[in-house]
Design a binder for this molecule. Structure first.
Ligand SMILES: [Zn+2]
Length: 350
């Protein structure tokens, strides 16, 4: 029941005196800045200044609380509360919540909007921020990360290279040649026996590339271009900071924020994750495509094609079937898809 006579509003309510849980049907009257509570016999139970009362914001069809003293309060139907609302200061934000609460269509649209935003943030926002964080990391930190990661990999997987010294020198000079042609600063080759990691190569954040003897042996017979392609591919991972971006992207939002804000303590988490990420070669397809495109552009810039690199991929894929050696290529996208991408890149430059 709502009666409104200009400066006076009367509504029905349930009254709780704060001493017992018993509800009492009452009439609330607001006039001249005062709230008066009368029982069903018309006897005045409580009188209070409006300034000392607090009307809770409406929330859908739920009853609304009017606090009339430190202990006593009334519960009002939403339309009764609406009739009293202009006597009390209101927060517009809460009125907006009530507006949405009463419209399920809008709530559904808002929910779908939220889910789309979360999906967009995970699919695009986190990779973008991870990229920013990876490029914001100072070079001293990258060097430290690289040496720590290599130490763990050396301890867990590798043993010193057993390649003949001459072959080691040839591989080092080939590596330096590719580095100079691609203008990648401070890059360095580390040769190791891969053991259980087989034919493999890893790009460390510091610019070091670890290549296994098995991969060097596998590339024999392909001329220099096969191995040059692998080196260029790994330098593509270095240049694009894929290892760091992968770890930051998959370590959760807290590491992302702490790396972005320059919290060097977060380096510990990155350093702990990097060796396993590299050992398992778990880069995303887009990172591999980026590194392949980098390798292909290396050949195309010299007026060559990516064919030799593609042939090495084919050989390694066959090798994987027969001796299970080529884990490096097993961890990458299917060879046929990569070869198609090479052809597309080659044709786009003609
Ligand atoms: Zn790769």
């Amino acid at each position: 029941m709502v009666k409104n006579h200009e400066e006076k509003v009367e509504v029905s309510a349930l009254f709780f005196d704060g001493r017992s849980s018993k509800a009492q049907a009452v009439t609330l009257t607001l006039s001249h800045g005062c709230v008066a509570v009368h029982d069903d016999q018309g006897i005045l139970i409580l009188e209070q200044g409006v300034a000392l009362c607090h009307l809770a914001p409406p929330l859908g069809s739920a009853k609304v609380e009017l606090k009339t003293s430190a202990t006593a309060h009334c519960l009002l139907e939403p339309d009764s509360a609406a009739a009293l609302a202009h006597f009390f200061p209101t927060r517009k934000g809460l009125l907006l919540v009530d507006f949405f609460e009463r419209r399920w269509g809008l709530v559904t649209v808002a929910l779908v909007g939220c889910l789309l935003f979360v999906w967009f943030f995970i699919a695009t926002g986190i990779p973008f921020l991870a990229r920013q964080a990876a490029y914001a990391m100072p070079s001293q930190a990258m060097t430290l990360l690289g040496s720590q990661t290599l130490a763990v990999l050396d301890e867990q997987f590798f043993s010193p290279s057993a390649l003949p010294l001459e072959q080691q020198h040839q591989t080092h000079s080939l590596f330096q040649q590719v580095c100079q042609q691609l203008a990648v600063p401070s890059c360095q080759l580390e040769l190791r026996q891969g053991n259980e990691l087989g034919a493999n190569a890893f790009a460390l954040p510091s610019g070091q590339v670890v290549m296994t003897d098995e991969l060097v042996i596998l590339s024999q017979g392909q001329g220099d271009e096969g191995l040059q392609g692998v080196i260029a591919h790994e330098l593509g991972h270095v240049t694009n900071r894929h290892a760091l971006r992968h770890v930051i992207q998959h370590s959760g939002i807290f590491l992302l924020i702490s790396t972005l804000t320059g919290d060097m303590g977060s380096l510990t988490s990155v350093a702990a994750s990097l060796p396993m990420v590299l050992a398992e070669s778990r880069y995303s397809r887009s990172f591999e495509d980026e590194a392949d495109a980098f390798a292909c552009s290396y050949f195309l810039d010299q007026g060559k094609s990516c064919a030799a690199y593609g042939e090495l991929l084919m050989l390694a894929t066959k090798g994987r079937n027969s001796d299970g050696l080529s884990r490096y290529f097993a961890s990458h996208p299917p060879t046929s898809q990569r070869l198609e991408a090479f052809h597309a890149l080659h044709n786009s430059t003609l």
